[in-house]
Design a protein around this ligand. Structure first.
Ligand code: 26Y
Length: 822
């Protein structure tokens, strides 16, 4: 298996081919004759990794020499997606490699398909972290991503008899060629036990923490290369191991088993990612995971700092830490402990440093999602940190009382400790107090943070609040995943948009050009054919690529309202049943997304989608004009096939519930039109693309608040809307459940008598806008124009723009140019 083609740098075909063969032979021990697809993928990945490592070593040496300020992104989750394709793209060798494979009769895609993606996150928050690492490297910003190396990431989803089944994710089973194990980069992390205060030799009081156990964190590094630059940053993930002294040194049998046990218990810490997002659950192991991440990362930063500086006096000038939600918020306290307890730095100086280092991004308004740890649990895991929190809180509340004399309820609301009943540590409050900047992730979300969730903090420190609307990387979500559209765009405006997404605006002038429109439609159709094949292969369902692909892919959540989408499907179905000759726009409605294993309603919604699909797809009256598909195991890899094939993007959360959304951006970037509410970043997407190119429906945040304040009664909508009544009645008759009237009862009852997410109130306007979307789709020229304009106007939603805002307003960091040396 030899790729030939000569030139003189490390990216020429000859050197790549030589390395590929060498890796196959000397690393995997295979001859080309017996190598499997997986072997060749692996050998090729190592070949590419070598190019990244060279760039990374250059990069880190330049950072050290130039004493740059480094951004540290702290996140409990990362969803980077498959690395190989993205690295080929960023190295600028995707097309030549693809051609070289083709010349020897191989299809690069088959090899790319071999990669197991690291599913180290649940959804939006983890994917955002990965987009930001891509943009940081592309913008040549010195950065480290710190996270956890979960042995088992988010489960793989299978659908069995319409229900979700969870399969353990074994992403490490064939080895991970992208990571470098660094056993020499390791730190001890203490857990549990108790604290004692003693005077030291000079009579100063020092605190000694006697932990119940100590776990070792070991670094695994993945290089993160920017697009078309030599900057290569790193994602450093920590794995928990037993420390040597607890290891196999024991000489009698009893100790030996104790030692083995200790090893198992220690390694448990990073075994598995918790597969639930909101609502928050106070699990001890999760708190331990969070602390473990923060302690390893901060110890690593301090070690690096002291390698090049005499002391920690200027620590905040060299490091900026972004907290990705409150999951790593305990690092505020850990940095204080490391500075005060372990390095005898005076409290005030340590606190000043800490607040200058940290900044906090909030990703949710849902009160049930806010992290708060029961005090007894917290004391059990982190006794010293609880003392430090009390001290931070004492000083903070003193300043609050000075500012608001006599207002005890204000102090109680701001306190780091919730004392309204059982006592809890409020992690969002800790993050706010310990940071110099706080940001929301869309304009609407930030306004709601200021006026509700974090209102008291906003009144106290308005200058700390920023909005930074999320963005997505155009490299992975257009250039890599939609090569056909990329080629078409490049043929008109060149490829500069890949680094400056605002350049897509130049497409506007072709929005009505008939030839361009024709090519635009051909690209979409080809992408839809490809997705149709994948759907057939995975579900057995045949879908028509000419039909409108109406797609909702995202985690399952009641607030995201996948079941509102189902109410629309049943509405269409009833119309066809009443009049089988009715002319309707043929639609394929596609769902994808995982439900938290313990979230009953979310799982039931998956079963509902499958059940409705089963009936609709085989009903001869429907005659293939309506198809419903649940695409199993939505992850980054599948997402890259799905977004490019969408005509209509469903972003239908109840107004005020979705912090931002980022799938909405990926769809529109790929030319899908949105049907959506005024929620999260939808508001700004609609502003950018123009209201005439967006299907808006539903109540606004203010209307939602008003309806609820008036005492919302969903049943009235059922009674007064004939179509809605028929839909609900059909659902509760057991029609979609082989006559079982109980199966979907919990859903029906929640809609009729509770309906926290206002499906009933938004139903009518949703149906009307869906009808309009259906009609518009039939007008090919109009639809195509709208689609082109959606793509053309997505410039704002590049993660590059978001990262530039963080750099300028929050981190105060600048690019560092990296030259490539041999
Ligand atoms: C505390 C634990 C239960 C937990 C774990 C994960 C809580 C939340 C999460 C994840 C949250 C998440 O993914 N939030 C999403 O963040 C995106 C990026 O900002 C937003 O676009 C999206 O609206 C928000 O739901």
């Amino acid at each position: 298996f030899i790729i030939k083609e000569a030139s003189d740098n490390d990216l020429d075909m000859e050197s790549l081919g030589r390395d590929l063969n060498e890796n196959l032979f000397y690393y995997l021990g295979k001859s080309p004759l017996v190598a499997t697809l997986q072997d060749i993928y692996h050998a090729f990945a190592l070949t590419v990794r070598k190019r990244l490592l060279q760039r990374w070593i250059n990069t880190s040496m330049a950072y050290v020499k130039q004493k740059v300020k480094v951004v540290c992104y702290f996140s409990a989750e990362y969803l980077p997606g498959p690395h190989l394709g993205n690295n080929l793209l960023n190295l600028g060798i995707f097309p030549t490699i693809s051609q070289a494979f083709a010349r020897v009769g191989a299809n690069l895609d088959y090899f790319l398909d071999q990669e197991e993606e690291p599913g180290l996150g649940n959804g939006g928050l983890g994917r955002l972290a990965a987009c930001y690492l891509d943009s940081l490297a592309t913008l040549e910003i010195p950065a480290i991503g710190y996270g956890l190396r979960y042995e088992f990431g988010i489960f793989d989803q299978e659908i069995r008899d319409g229900w979700q089944a969870e399969i353990t994710d074994k992403w490490l089973q064939w080895d991970n060629p992208w990571e470098i194990h660094h056993p020499e980069i390791a730190y001890e992390v203490k857990l549990g036990g108790c604290c004692q205060t003693h005077p030291d030799r000079d009579g100063r009081l020092v605190v000694h923490w006697h932990p119940e156990r100590v776990v070792k964190g070991v670094a695994y590094d993945t290089p993160i290369l920017g697009y078309n630059v030599n900057t290569c940053n790193v994602l450093r993930l920590w794995k928990a191991e037993a420390i040597e002294s607890f290891d196999f040194q024991a000489f009698n049998k009893g100790d030996y088993y104790d030692a083995v046990d200790e090893k198992l218990v220690s390694e448990n810490l990073t075994k598995v990612l918790y597969p639930n997002d909101e609502p928050f659950e106070g699990k001890k192991l999760r708190l331990e995971q969070q602390y473990f991440l923060c302690s390893c990362a901060l110890q690593d930063m301090i070690r690096l700092h002291l390698h090049f500086a005499p002391n920690l006096g200027d620590f905040h000038e060299s490091w900026a830490v972004q907290l990705n939600d409150t999951h790593p918020a305990i690092s505020v306290v850990e940095l204080m402990r490391l500075l005060v307890d372990e390095r005898q730095i005076p409290w005030d100086q340590a606190w000043d440093t800490t607040r200058k280092v940290f900044s906090y991004t909030n990703h949710t308004l849902l009160p049930e999602a806010l992290e708060k740890w029961p005090l007894p649990l917290f004391a059990q895991v982190l006794p010293r940190h609880l003392e430090i929190i009390f001290e931070i809180n004492r000083r903070f509340l003193d300043s609050v009382r000075l500012r608001y004399p006599g207002d005890n309820s204000k102090a109680a609301r701001l306190s780091l400790i919730d004392e309204s009943g059982d006592r809890y540590v409020r992690m969002a409050h800790l993050a706010c107090v310990g940071s110099h900047a706080i940001n929301g992730v869309s304009a609407l979300h930030t306004e709601l943070l200021k006026s509700s969730t974090l209102q008291d903090f906003f009144e106290l420190w308005p200058e700390k609040f920023y909005n930074i609307t999320n963005g997505v990387t155009p490299r992975r979500f257009l250039a890599l995943s939609n090569p056909r559209l990329t080629a078409l765009i490049n043929s008109k405006i060149g490829s500069d948009w890949i680094k400056d997404l605002y350049k897509l605006r130049q497409l506007e002038e072709f929005a009505e050009d008939p030839d361009f429109q024709q090519s635009w439609r051909e690209v979409k159709l080809a992408n839809k054919r490809q997705l149709a094949n994948a759907i057939k292969a995975r579900t057995g369902i045949s879908v028509d690529p000419q039909s409108m692909f109406d797609i909702q892919v995202k985690r399952l959540h009641e607030y995201k309202r996948q079941h509102l989408n189902v109410l629309h499907i049943i509405t269409l179905y009833l119309r066809l049943k009443k009049d089988p000759t009715l002319e309707i726009t043929p639609r394929t409605i596609i769902f994808g997304g995982k439900a938290a294993p313990g979230y009953f309603m979310a799982r039931l919604i998956i079963k509902l989608i499958s059940s409705v699909a089963e009936v609709v797809n085989r009903d001869p009256d429907v005659n293939d004009r309506l198809k419903v598909v649940f695409f199993p195991n939505f992850n980054v890899k599948n997402a890259q096939k799905i977004y490019p094939a969408a005509d209509l993007s469903q972003q239908i959360s109840t107004a005020g519930k979705e912090a931002s959304g980022t799938g909405n951006m990926k769809f529109a970037l790929n030319g899908a039109l949105t049907i959506g509410t005024l929620d999260g970043a939808n508001v700004e997407i609609r502003e950018e693309v123009g209201p005439e190119n967006f299907f808006l429906f539903g109540h606004t945040v203010e209307e939602v608040q008003y309806i609820k304040a008036q005492g919302y009664n969903p049943y009235l909508y059922y009674q007064s809307n004939e179509h809605l009544r028929e839909v609900i009645d059909l659902l509760r008759s057991g029609f979609f459940a082989h006559g079982d009237r109980d199966l979907f009862r919990p859903l029906v009852e929640s809609l009729l008598y509770q309906d926290d997410y206002l499906l009933m109130a938004d139903y009518q306007s949703y149906i009307e806008r869906q009808d309009e979307a259906g009609m518009t789709f039939l007008d090919k020229k109009r639809w195509t124009r709208m689609s082109i304009l959606n793509t053309a106007r997505m410039g704002k939603f590049s993660s590059d723009r978001a990262i530039q805002e963080y750099c300028q307003h929050i981190w105060q960091v600048k690019p560092t140019f990296i030259e490539l040396q041999d």
